[in-house]
Design a protein around this ligand. Sequence first.
Ligand code: FMN
Length: 193
Amino acid sequence: MDKFDIIKSLLEENRSIRRFDFSKKIEDSTLKKLVELTRYCASGRNLQPLRYRIVSTETECKAIFPYLAWAGYYKDWEGPEEKERPAAYIIQCMDTSLAPDCLCDDGLQLEAITLGATASGIGGCIIKSFNMQKIAEILHIQPRFKPRYVLALGYPVEKAKIVDLNDEGDIRYYRDSEQIQCVPKRPITELLL
Ligand SMILES: Cc1cc2nc3c(=O)[nH]c(=O)nc-3n(C[C@H](O)[C@H](O)[C@H](O)COP(=O)(O)O)c2cc1C
């Protein structure tokens, strides 16, 4: 595979995963390596204002789980059951002493981390719907660092794939009859103006 195809196939594989093997822990050294990938990202003004809190102990994982919201389109699913919960989290925080905002650094870095995770056989889900105050309080994050995103991580017990949009152009993800997470993505013809 040439480099372009490697990137394309990793991007394609890099789907949001919400069900994991809770008993299969991720080494702290692996989590650190994932965070280290963010060093290679572009950064507005090259300020690099984002910081990361790794959450990998069972106690902390259990403590923060109730403050996360999962899969808004699944009205009758409240998130993964206990044995399928994330084995670790990476909390992306903004150092507000450096700047009030981070432009698009947050997304770039989350993509780098999730691509690295995918390449390591780890699944992840970027979570914006979470109780920021509670998470900061439980993890003793200093007020200067504002949690922006929670990245849930673990070894996947579900599959996910990209599908075409249906005739109605519905972009909502769904689980098919085999419980595979199907994620409709718009075609290139729609993306180009
Ligand atoms: C900015 C952003 C915020 C998100 N917030 C949540 C969230 O709070 N909870 C959740 O379960 N998924 C969340 N997701 C995951 C999206 O639902 C997911 O990316 C989308 O359905 C497309 O699926 P894909 O990641 O497999 O392409 C978020 C993703 C992004 C990029």
